[in-house]
Ligand binder design. Structure first.
Ligand SMILES: Cc1cc2nc3c(=O)[nH]c(=O)nc-3n(C[C@H](O)[C@H](O)[C@H](O)COP(=O)(O)OP(=O)(O)OC[C@H]3O[C@@H](n4cnc5c(N)ncnc54)[C@H](O)[C@@H]3O)c2cc1C
Length: 426
């Protein structure tokens, strides 16, 4: 069969590859002038850093397998401890303040208990509907009782979800938490590996040999029971099936003709993309590598929120990863984002301003083809989003990280590609 794939992010590229292995003829359409979507590796003379997705969770079996399939080995993360700073007091993450460590444990134990009781299709069980109207912020308020503990839990979850926890739906979050039930702790597991040649480079490898039309934004998908037509500025093409990998946050009813009923648009509303930005600061030397037992990573209550040593190869780069309201504020004044972040970094990494060479601001919020960093769930996601986001509409199929239980992750993008390949069959 002839199959069109919209979007050449990792989900679209993997979908194209799997379907072509199943014997189909595939054409991929991509709005940008490059493949990779929210994965983008910035190469320099000395190495590279990641402007978008970067880490591979220890549980991300498909991602690890894909790296190996392409002939590489995932790079284990630095196993030295990170530091945490609250109100000027600094601790290592393996030696936290007792009250904060306790709160962290209690929140995760409670989450685990509920997630384990939810089952595979919790939207069919009325017991979880009350939680679906609540936020993770309210849940944390209940179980993290110390000020430091509350701050720590809130900061870690903001980093995982890509936005402030007051915006994240509780039941949807607990549903995704089911992926972590087998774990004793999250310590280091979320960021266990990185891509040896960069996540964007892996996408370029996946793209090799595939028919991809770049700078080819699709404006509409027209479908009936026999065929699907994709329409762009330069004309239209007919297919037997079409796979849409555009994130739910960017989809609108009028993108489809005939338009879907109310269910799908309502599902998209529950799955926005996060206000996430990265600031990369490149230095003349890696001055933070002071021979200590510290990895260079920092989670703090300063405006830059979180930083880690992001340069791979010889590149000396600190990557600041900012989410939620703070990210929106950087995005509102992009011209001063690097300077503001450098000033803030200099407080925790003395010497930064002196060694500074150049900086880049990666604004995923204002990127019209991204709609934000990655998908998170709003309240209502469990009832109105999760059951519908990956459901096909006749010959139109939906993939992408926003359609998977591994919401927001590369792993979800890959899982969705496998699901769609199975849906379409041979
Ligand atoms: C700063 C940042 C940090 C992250 N960190 C991690 C991490 O550490 N680990 C992790 O697993 N994940 C991380 N992620 C998330 C990860 O990048 C995404 O989950 C993944 O890249 C999503 O892939 P996708 O193919 O589903 O979507 P996308 O990459 O968004 O691909 C969709 C594609 O569709 C294209 N498109 C959109 N509209 C149209 C149109 N109308 N016509 C044609 N093409 C269109 C887009 O240009 C894009 O290429 C991070 C993301 C960001 C931004």
């Amino acid at each position: 069969m002839k199959i069109g794939v919209i979007g050449a992010g990792i989900s679209g590229l993997r979908t194209g590859q799997l379907l072509s292995h199943q014997g189909h003829e595939i054409v991929i359409f991509e709005a940008r002038d490059r493949v990779g979507g929210n994965l983008l590796t910035i190469q320099s003379e000395d190495g590279f850093h990641e402007a978008g997705g970067e880490w591979i969770d220890a549980e991300h079996k498909r991602t690890i397998a894909l790296v190996r399939e392409l002939g590489d080995e995932p790079v284990p993360a630095d196993d030295r401890p990170s530091r945490v700073m609250f109100r000027g007091s600094i601790r290592q993450d393996d030696d936290l303040w007792m009250d904060a460590a306790n709160d962290l444990r209690v929140v995760h134990e409670e989450a685990k208990l509920i997630a384990a009781a939810m089952g595979e299709r919790p939207w069919l069980d009325g017991r979880w509907m009350a939680a679906d109207g609540r936020t993770v912020g309210q849940f944390v308020q209940e179980f993290a009782i110390s000020e430091r503990g509350h701050w720590l839990v809130e900061s870690q979850l903001r980093s995982d979800e890509g936005t402030d926890i007051e915006e994240v739906g509780l039941a949807g979050w607990l549903y995704a938490y089911q992926n972590y039930l087998g774990r004793d702790s999250n310590q280091g597991e979320m960021s266990a590996y990185r891509f040896p040649r960069g996540a964007g480079t892996l996408c370029e490898q996946l793209a090799e040999g595939q028919e991809i039309h770049l700078k080819h934004a699709i404006r509409q998908v027209q479908h009936d029971e026999n065929q699907v037509t994709v329409v762009s500025e330069s004309g239209s093409q007919r297919f037997d099936h079409v796979v849409v990998t555009i994130p739910p946050a960017l989809l609108q009813s009028s993108f489809f003709s005939p338009e879907p009923g109310r269910t799908l648009p309502r599902a998209w509303e529950t799955a926005p993309r996060s206000p996430t930005v990265k600031v990369a600061l490149t230095f003349k030397n890696c001055f933070w590598e002071d021979g200590s037992d510290w990895s260079g990573a920092f989670l703090c209550d300063l405006p830059y929120q979180q930083v880690w040593s992001g340069g791979q190869g010889l590149e000396c780069t600190l990557l600041c990863y900012v989410n939620g309201e703070r990210a929106r504020s950087l995005s509102a004044h992009p011209d001063s984002a690097v300077e503001r972040t450098l000033r803030s970094i200099d407080e925790t990494h003395p010497g930064a301003a002196d060694a500074f060479e150049k900086g880049f601001f990666y604004d995923w919020i204002n990127d019209p083809w991204s709609g934000g960093g990655f998908t998170y769930c709003r309240p209502g996601f469990l009832s109105h989003g999760a059951p519908y986001l990956g459901r096909p509409m006749g010959r139109v199929h939906f993939a992408g990280e926003g359609t998977s239980q591994w919401l927001g992750f590369i792993e979800g993008a890959l899982e969705s590609a496998e699901r769609v390949a199975e849906e379409i069959g041979t």
